[in-house]
Design a binder for this molecule. Structure first.
Ligand code: SF4
Ligand code: SF4
Length: 453
């Protein structure tokens, strides 16, 4: 076998090499991905992250599984590609993740902040998860408290990253200005990313985004081509053609070297316009180094029992979004490959250490999509006070549907997550397979070059 990607050292140290049990019958471990490409066979161990290319004898051995132990299996057993028939790899996954979480020292400082300057939005998308939430815009005092809180919690390095979220954050652009000026006054270095609909930008605000807000990347939602977009977004008092305006603004931001990721929330109604939008983006922006596009299934049921409004079955949506993401690759708007999956210890901002969400009313929460009163873990004035609520965001669930999924080590499912019970990661899985294929091709090319020398 040839090693094409090294395993994660922290997993290897903890798990060690597997000892042979002579007399056992062996099978492939469930969390091993087998990929055939250009006449080669590769195995990717999703638990350790190691990727190997097999020789012909090893491929024959693999094809004969399950198989009684023989000496030629030893290398594959040692690195946990083969396991005894009765082995419980899911139990092992739970145990490794639990230990690694316990071994991670608590982070004293908070260096990543998600800030909601407002929960108000100038668009009224029918699928918005914030519908019915209270509308609050940050006061001048809360913005000052935000600066003080960051200064007190960011640690001696005085370096933080900020995600601007909403509502639509640019609706409260003056509060973003105030917070950024406050951080400068305190000598705190900061960089930002922003979730925005992109509508309110103009030359001047695009300058501010780069020069004052230090925003390096933005995610802009465009849910279809012109006619559909203008209908779905349903902007409050639009001044002009919202679609054309957002497209213009993307250009202004790209000119300032801000990376733009266009996201389409796809459902039954708009999925067919993805290609048209990809075409419009590629026609309009010749230099696309900083521009990407991707599809994501609409979360939740907004049909109120009306089948005409239903967004589509989960399984269909996930598959469709996968196809659309492949289409984005063919337009040069998405990367063909991803980094290889391996055991993940933490889920997201909500259970990771060193991050917090600051609501428009000064409440502190763990997840930017859960900011109602019951979710609060503290506030800007008193700090982090609700230890039980913080702990509840660290609770992981292991679902039955995931136990036999090859990618289970990569997925951390938080009990309190909005997407609990649904699988979106399958969207990525085809790209993982492609990444393995790329690694094989690169290896083969290298070998051919070496032979020529
Ligand atoms: S969430 Fe989806 S991809 Fe992740 S382990 Fe479960 S079934 Fe697999
Ligand atoms: S919605 Fe789920 S994945 Fe997203 S931040 Fe909240 S807990 Fe994490």
């Amino acid at each position: 076998m040839k090693i094409l990607a090294e395993p994660q050292q922290r997993v290897v140290k903890l798990w060690g090499k597997q000892k042979v049990k002579a007399g056992e019958t062996y099978r492939l471990m469930k969390y091993v991905l087998r990929v055939e490409h250009e006449g080669h066979t590769a195995l990717h161990n999703v638990m350790t992250g190691q990727l190997i290319l097999l020789n012909d004898d090893e491929v024959r051995l693999l094809d004969a599984l399950p198989k009684a132990y023989s000496e030629d299996m030893e290398a594959l057993i040692a690195d946990h590609y083969l396991v005894p028939e009765g082995y419980d790899e899911h139990k092992q996954l739970v145990s490794l993740r639990t230990i690694l979480r316990k071994l991670t020292p608590p982070i004293k400082n908070i260096t990543h902040y998600t800030i909601l300057p407002t929960t108000a939005c100038n668009a009224r998308c029918y699928y918005c998860f914030e519908q019915g939430s209270k509308i609050v815009t940050m006061t001048e005092q809360t913005a000052e408290d935000t600066v003080r809180f960051i200064a007190e919690h960011c640690g001696e390095a005085k370096k933080v990253s900020i995600t601007w979220f909403g509502g639509e954050p640019t609706v409260a652009a003056n509060r973003i200005d105030q917070i950024c000026k406050g951080l400068q006054r305190e000598g705190i270095e900061y960089t930002g990313m922003m979730y925005t609909n992109g509508y309110l930008f103009d030359e001047e605000m695009a300058d501010r985004a780069r020069d004052l807000w230090h925003v390096r990347s933005m995610q802009i939602v465009i849910d279809g081509t012109e006619e559909l977009y203008n209908r779905i977004k349903n902007y409050v008092n639009p001044k002009d053609n919202p679609y054309q305006r957002v497209m213009r603004n993307i250009g202004l931001l790209l000119e300032r070297e801000i990376r733009i990721s266009v996201r389409m929330n796809v459902d039954r109604i708009n999925h067919e316009s993805f290609e048209g939008l990809a075409q419009a983006l590629t026609d309009r922006y010749q230099s696309r180094n900083n521009l990407t596009m991707w599809a994501f299934p609409v979360i939740g049921d907004y049909s109120e029992g009306d089948p005409d409004k239903a967004h589509g079955e989960d399984a269909w949506l996930a598959e469709r979004a996968g196809e659309l993401n492949d289409l984005a690759v063919s337009f040069g708007l998405a990367s063909k490959v991803k980094s290889l999956p391996s055991l993940q210890v933490w889920g997201c901002m909500a259970d990771g250490n060193g991050t917090i969400v600051i609501g428009a009313d000064g409440a502190l929460v763990e997840c930017c999509e859960h900011y109602e009163d019951v979710d609060e873990v503290g506030n800007l004035v008193e700090g982090l006070t609700n230890i039980d609520e913080i702990a509840s965001w660290h609770e992981i669930v292991y679902e039955e549907m995931c136990e036999c999924c090859t990618f289970a080590p990569q997925c951390v499912r938080l009990k309190k997550c909005l997407t609990y019970g649904r699988c979106y990661r399958q969207l990525d899985n085809q790209r993982y397979v492609r990444t393995v294929c790329e690694a094989i091709s690169m290896y083969v090319e290298r070998e051919v070059r070496n032979d020529e020398i």
